[in-house]
Design a protein around this ligand. Sequence first.
Ligand SMILES: *Cc1c(COP(=O)(O)O)cnc(C)c1O
Length: 806
Amino acid sequence: MFSGKEDFKEQYLAEVSETMAKPFGECTRREKYEVLAKMICSRAAKLHAETRLRHSTLRRKEVYYFSMEFLLGRLLTNYLINFGAEATVRAGLKDLGEDLDELSRMEPDPGLGNGGLGRLAACFLDSMAFEDIAATGMGARYRFGLFKQKIENGKQTEEPDPWLVNGYPWEIRNWDSARQIRFGGRVERTFENGKISFEHTAYQTVLAVPYDVPIVGYGGKTVNMLRLWQAEPPEEKIDLAAFSRGEYSEAVRERNEIEAITAILYPDDTTPAGKELRLKQEYFLTAAGIASIIDHYKHQYGASAWRAFPDRVAIHTNDTHPALCVPELMRLLLDQENLEWDDAWDIVTKTISFTNHTIMPEALEKWPIGLMQQLLPRVYMIIEEIDRRYRESFDRSLPGWQERLSSSAVLWDGQVRMANLSIIGSHSVNGVAAIHTDILKNDVFKAFCHRDSQKFNNKTNGVSHRRFLLESNPDLSELITSAIGSGWISDAGQLENLLPYGNDSAFLDELEKIKYGNKCRLASYIKESSGIIIDPASLFDVQVKRIHAYKRQLLNIFKIMHLYNRLKRDPDMDLHPHTFIFSGKAAQSYEFAKETVRLIHALADKVNSDPQVSEKIKVVFLENFGVSLGQLIYPAADISEQISTAGKEASGTGNMKFMFNGAVTLGTMDGANVEIHELAGDDNIFIFGLSAREVAEYGFRGDYHSQDICRRLPDLAQITDQLVNGFFGGQTDAFWSIHDALIRYNDEYFVLADFEDYLKTFFRAGEAFEDRRKWNRMSLANIAKAGYFTSDRTVLQYAEEIWNVK
Ligand SMILES: *Cc1c(COP(=O)(O)O)cnc(C)c1O
């Protein structure tokens, strides 16, 4: 990219004077960032054109990854690393009196996702580009990403995140590839020459304009693209008559209505309000993406080569949000390309594949039939026909068929069930960790498995170890490279070569020193952002992720309350100092989660202001969790809290990011923790609690009684009482909803059931931590075994076993 730092400086300064029309010294830091990012982006865009040409000459099968969420994180440093130019640019900037990390912090971190699912999509883009897979991401360009979390008086408040105010240097608006999307209207059947056709009239037209973000693979050889679609009104959408009557807001009413489609990202835990808009978003992304795929295909292969479509195109749907890909691709093949139903259906099912991300029943998407019919009349007709044919194909001679049909049909009870649509319309359905896939096969989607068991497969999630280790933890990366060479960067499996260093005391000391340095870095961020002073020599016990009942931040909180109570009774209790670090957003409408955030703050106040205990324990909540903050936190953790109720966390990916950075997991046998346990080995992880089977059995038998546990454990009874007895201030400050969820409504997530074992295991981990040699060896074993969790491995499995590319 640059032949050396002098070359870089020359090009960069030339770019500055050309675009900023003022000398470098007069530019703000943000402007300096912007010029640098634009410069790298335009090189990436050029390489994208080359990649496309190469892939198309090789007739490579193309993968389209549809996702309503992409949590990209900042790109500048990442792309410099991928282009092999980081050191050069860093040195050049230093000569100019600038610092790459400071410049990089000027970049907005686009919050175009809620959490794990969106970050997974971004990790996949990274790995697909690295593996030279011809892949395009399809997403939405929300003007406001997920809300910014602010804590006021110990409570979460939400502020809009206008991440685009200063522009986004990594995107290229591609007006010439805009598509028209239709909403509403009527569909009429007409007969002509014995053929039925469907005419759609009186619809509203919305323009879908793509903004393309280049995705640079490590090594800089492959540059793919993420297409973010924005909804815009067609130009004529202004009511001039109304305008000239002075009715300005009426004149632009329809424009606003259309622009609202990609105005904001919906939080995952949705309320009924705004449902219609959410469905519009889903169809908008799907229809824009499918139309662009079809056009590109026809351009490339001609307008009649449909049979070969599944050999040349793979469409992957990340969760059910893009499930309308199934009827929309059908619609275009039938109505626009004039294929027969059976041929079209064969193409659709061979092309589309689907990943399920959750078994939480409230997260399985359903839409009222009436809404679907009114908003997408032709698409709904196709869904109806898919459902009709599915029912017809059902073998009614087998016992239990009625039950299976009722749980697997698409239309049921006045609703369109999106997961069922996705499964029926796909050739592959995968879960995201071994235990999750088992639950899908044996429980949630059992009815399908009976017919189509070969469709179901597992693809354990992964994360980009280049972002979450190489970029986020440069000191550790350097130590690793000094020991085993740099091969691990492109082949994470090589991290296993670190295992022999478990007996090298100099190496282990170095590992400890690096962890300490990362803890200091986080401690100074905490001091700056919240004023709380923490001891980097204390054990950092970290839980960062969305706040959710099933993730059980509550269990962690109760553990800290228990320590507080013990320290108050026995201030001389032997306890290595601990810092408990939380971070995460609660969905705006999710009261229980917001109360959990408030409880963490109430507890932090209590603990941190009490000199009797704050020597031993501190509690910190970091505001506004996101990819950038994560990159600072994961490398600084000693203990990784992965304590969801077994059976509820599909995979988790935070657990993997911690592991790459040498944190030791304290967790349940849930999601990918099961595989972490298997790889790291029993000695290098702390497992506790009910198993998924035990949780399910409680469910069948109905004999769990949370109050019995409080009766048996007085310490726990004290804690649940403290939620409401004035311990946290007056009655208005009490945590009744949390108390009641546990005591009156019988503790749906088994917090009380797992408390005792959790606590015991926590103390076991604390003891291990005090044996520094032993702990460092555990930490190293985790790093060495983390390679399996690179998303490089995951996307290669998708490529070979689902998409059939390579
Ligand atoms: C990795 C990641 C998550 C997922 O965390 P889990 O612990 O798996 O729930 C959520 N949010 C962000 C910003 C992440 O980077």
